[in-house]
Ligand binder design. Structure first.
Ligand SMILES: [Zn+2]
Length: 206
């Protein structure tokens, strides 16, 4: 199923012109891994990454990924953290920096953890049915759901959906009840020690 929530058109112009920071670029490429619509619209203008992106497979259901793909495919290997292979779509593996040396942060809320993937990018894991820790009035800057989904203020976001938050909006996402939710989030642009970024900074001891 194609994602329903897409990056704005001007993001693709920035992407094609190479004017994006690495974190934003990774988020857009994560969306492209799921989204045939955006691949068709944006992929033709992208070089040299265009051929790579066009070759990405269609998104497959996370359950299938969990059960079959990791076992079937040998290289490249799934990203690992502390020896744990992450159940992320294969099309994303090459996009992520090495996470082997990264450490999980969290324990602010049971069933929630995150790690820094470098360059302002965070990989977040919410156990099924669990909420994101309560936070202030600054929202996520940008996020892409990698697996599972979450409910956020009456909206349901699922794999591949790209979300860009209005910083003034208060929200409290909750992972959907049937599957763990994995997402990539870019927190650039936040004000230090406030909102999401401050929450993560404090949790990381910074
Ligand atoms: Zn799209």
């Amino acid at each position: 199923m194609n994602p329903r929530l897409h990056p704005r058109e001007d993001h693709w112009l920035d992407y094609a012109s190479g004017h994006l920071d690495p974190a934003s670029r990774t988020l857009l490429e994560a969306h492209l891994a799921f989204c045939g619509i955006c691949r068709r619209e944006a992929g033709q203008d992208l070089a040299p990454g265009g051929a790579l992106l066009a070759a990405m497979p269609e998104a497959e259901p996370p359950a299938e990924l969990l059960q079959g793909i990791l076992a079937r495919l040998k290289a490249p290997e799934a990203p690992r953290v502390g020896g744990e292979a992450l159940p992320l779509p294969r099309a994303l593996w090459s996009l992520l920096p090495s996470l082997e040396g990264a450490a999980w942060h969290g324990a602010l809320t049971r069933g929630f953890r995150f790690l820094e993937a470098g360059g302002g990018l965070f990989l977040i894991h919410m156990e099924k049915g669990r909420p994101f820790p309560e936070h202030g009035h600054r929202g996520l800057e940008r996020a892409v759901i990698l697996a599972g989904g979450l409910e956020d203020a009456g909206r349901v976001l699922e794999a591949g959906d790209f979300d860009e938050e209005d910083p003034s909006r208060v929200h409290a996402p909750v992972a959907l009840p049937d599957e763990d939710c994995w997402l990539l989030a870019s927190l650039e642009g936040g004000i230090r020690f406030t909102g999401w970024r401050g929450l993560l900074q404090r949790a990381a001891g910074r």
